[in-house]
Write a protein that binds this ligand. Structure first.
Ligand code: FE2
Length: 386
């Protein structure tokens, strides 16, 4: 039976009903990016996004082939990894894809069981369950492939009390710019190839026990020029949400096609991180040099009271202030949300970040899709890739 929900009607009950608990997930453990210059990328994420130094491995810790910097902000952990010589296979990933997300690591109670349950349902293995130990205890990790060359790593850390993982040491730095109120990862979106979305929806259902709790077709997500389709997958407790996008036919090239061309394959399109005060967070991100998509037209902001309806009564933010920082607003039956999208964070037009604040709403800003994609298309036109 299909668990597909073809409209924006959804609820946590549906997620709990449909999902299976053979793969209990406690949350996102870390996100690892393969980058050309981890040292400089770490400086960027500290300076611009307010991440803090957490852990390090490299030549000084006996890691001869790769270097990793681990950054933290509340519950978000980013690992930035670069190769230290031409023999490392990380080079191949960077040559092909540029900087991008390699690993979406998921925090589990039992990494052995996670590996067994997913591989027996058809997942392609990446790492057999492996125990890593140091003076602070042990961590068990296992991994499987998902779309493209992206990996889901399962991390069991109940017997570990060190700073991050064995092999790393605490990273003490004299340079510690303040945090910007980013709290946790709300969702991470994957871009897959033409006609591949339903294949990956079925994969997440079968292999990981996820449910498809929200869908958008090309009639809902389109502009004058381009279109895409998207289905949102969630695990049973709703902590892990992975929307999957595929391109759809339009008059011109969609942003998903542009991503697939420049990433040279399927991969993570954006990481959405939450804040409790988006106006303050975005103001500071802008001051520190983070670039955002250009604002929608005046008419978009004029229309907000109508779109929010009753939610206007609980809205604390000033619409003029939202407009000043180009923050977008959307509403559903349960509340509203505020969101904004960065420009790509590397030279290839691939990975970007979303900053999101939810005031009750559990959607993904469907009411903003048109304004958002028109902004992206203006950027695409400048790049000559529309
Ligand atoms: Fe998003």
């Amino acid at each position: 039976m299909s668990k597909d929900v073809k409209s924006v009607e959804y609820g946590l009950e549906k997620i709990f009903e449909g999902a299976e608990d053979f793969l209990p997930l406690l949350g996102t453990d870390y996100v690892e990016l393969y980058v050309g210059n981890a040292k400089q990328a770490a400086h960027y994420y500290k300076t611009a996004f307010g991440f803090q130094s957490l852990a390090y491995k490299g030549l000084e810790t006996g890691s001869r082939d790769e270097v990793s910097y681990v950054l933290v902000q509340d519950k978000i952990r980013l690992v930035l990894t670069s190769p230290l010589n031409s023999k490392s296979p990380i080079n191949d990933h960077i040559v092909k894809h540029g900087d991008g997300v390699k690993v979406i690591a998921l925090w589990v109670e039992d990494a052995r069981s996670a590996f067994e349950e997913t591989t027996k349902r058809g997942a392609k293995p990446f790492l057999e369950p492996t125990v890593e130990k140091d003076d602070h205890g042990e961590i068990v990790r296992s991994g499987i492939y998902t779309y493209g060359e992206t990996i889901h790593m399962f991390v069991e850390r109940k017997n570990y009390n060190g700073v991050f993982m064995p092999g790393y040491r605490k990273w003490e730095s004299d340079y510690n710019p303040p945090t910007l109120g980013l709290k946790y990862i709300d969702h991470m979106v994957g871009n897959v190839g033409w006609n591949q979305m339903n294949k990956w929806v079925a994969w997440y259902e079968k292999v990981m026990g996820f449910v498809n709790f929200l869908s958008f077709d090309d009639k809902q997500i389109h502009t004058e020029y381009s279109a895409l389709m998207s289905k949102v997958m969630s695990n049973g407790n709703g902590r892990i949400k992975f929307p999957i996008n595929e391109p759809a036919e339009g008059k011109k090239k969609s942003q998903i096609e542009e991503y697939l061309d420049f990433y040279e394959g399927e991969g993570v399109q954006h990481i959405a991180v939450t804040t409790d005060d988006i106006v303050s967070t975005v103001k500071q991100l802008r001051e520190r040099g983070v670039e955002f998509l250009p604002p929608p037209p005046q008419a978009y902001y004029d229309d907000i009271p109508r779109r929010l309806g009753d939610h206007m009564k609980i809205m604390k933010e000033d619409i003029q202030e939202l407009q000043k920082y180009s923050i977008l607003v959307d509403a559903d039956e349960e509340g509203y949300l505020l969101q904004i999208f960065t420009k790509p964070v590397q030279d290839r037009p691939t990975l970007f970040f979303e900053i999101i604040q939810r005031i009750g709403a559990r959607g993904f800003g469907a009411g903003n899709f048109k304004a958002l994609f028109e902004s992206i298309e203006r950027e695409q036109a400048l790049r000559g890739t529309l």
